[in-house]
Design a protein around this ligand. Sequence first.
Ligand SMILES: *Cc1c(COP(=O)(O)O)cnc(C)c1O
Length: 372
Amino acid sequence: MSENLFDALNPRERLLMGPGPSTVPARILKAIGSPTLGHLDPQYIEYMDQTCEMIRRVYQTQNPLTFPVSGTGMAGMETVVSNLLEQGDEAIVMINGVFGGRMKDMMQRCGATVHTVEVPWGDTFTLQHFEDAVKQFPAAKMLAVVHAETSTGALQDLAGVGDVVHQAGMLLAVDAVTSIGGHDLQVDQWGIDAIYSGTQKCLACPPGLSPVSFSAKAIEVIEARKAPCQSWYLDVSMLKNYYTGSGGRAYHHTAPINMVYALREALQIVLEEGLEQRFERHRQMHLLLRKGLEELGLQYIPKQSLHTLNCVSVPDVIDEAKVRQRLLHEFDIEIGGGLGVFAGKAWRIGLMGHSATEKNVTTLLAALKKCL
Ligand SMILES: *Cc1c(COP(=O)(O)O)cnc(C)c1O
């Protein structure tokens, strides 16, 4: 440990092009530094309501129960899983990377019997996979899938999935941590009943909150639970009194006030740019990076690549960790290594939010060329 415990905090300015967090714009850092209000102060409640309304716009949903969970993306996952499932339930989870696997683990801890449908890492599911899954496991209460699998860089097409799942009488739950603010995400149109995401990926905000949203059908399921949600902190039936105001703003836990300021600012930046324009910018930057990486001889792992996270395999002759270290220490650029089965074999390059610019793509490609 450093001896200089009382030195001023002085982190370096890095270019964050890994799997998150992404680079945070100054406007958002300034918002965090605004005066802290009380969590029941009418002015704060107004900021929070505005934040929830902006989350609805970015999620493209009318769901009244839409709010930022106090915690990172994993807390959002836990909110969805622990409120919708209980002892004795059955659930289906589609697994094609790390995060589907984590959902399975959480579901089992909730006492549910979990059925999995797996394809190799980097692949995605076809509509047929979903049709077969609900037929094979008709007693399941919900089907969960990851929209943007950050561990493999694969984008899951969700068009039509909601209909398949609903016709089987199940709820559709979606992990959108790496797609929110970077890829089109239509919660109502796609029939998503429960969704969670994070702030530190394409919203370009520091980590700390997880926007979630629940459909009317999901709320019915929560209200019909036999036992209370085993997580007290994440129990939506209590949280909704604070976030949606029905029945007054009762104290549950102290909201992370300054993080909500940051998220509000981040969402405002997203909406100022425009959703369509923002998705298009991420697409363009992905194409630009892709061209450069392929010119360096690197190959993308997933067939359906995310625009927001680019996962390429690293040839055996290259020491992937050493290259990442050089990028960090000589160029102040962070990219990610492989996760799970891709550990030591892949790079994960994020083009998220504020980091997805032509200048950054060019800078990274030039630095990478020097390191190879
Ligand atoms: C980052 C991520 C998470 C977890 O979010 P944390 O903020 O790290 O808790 C969950 N799912 C996906 C797809 C992610 O990319």
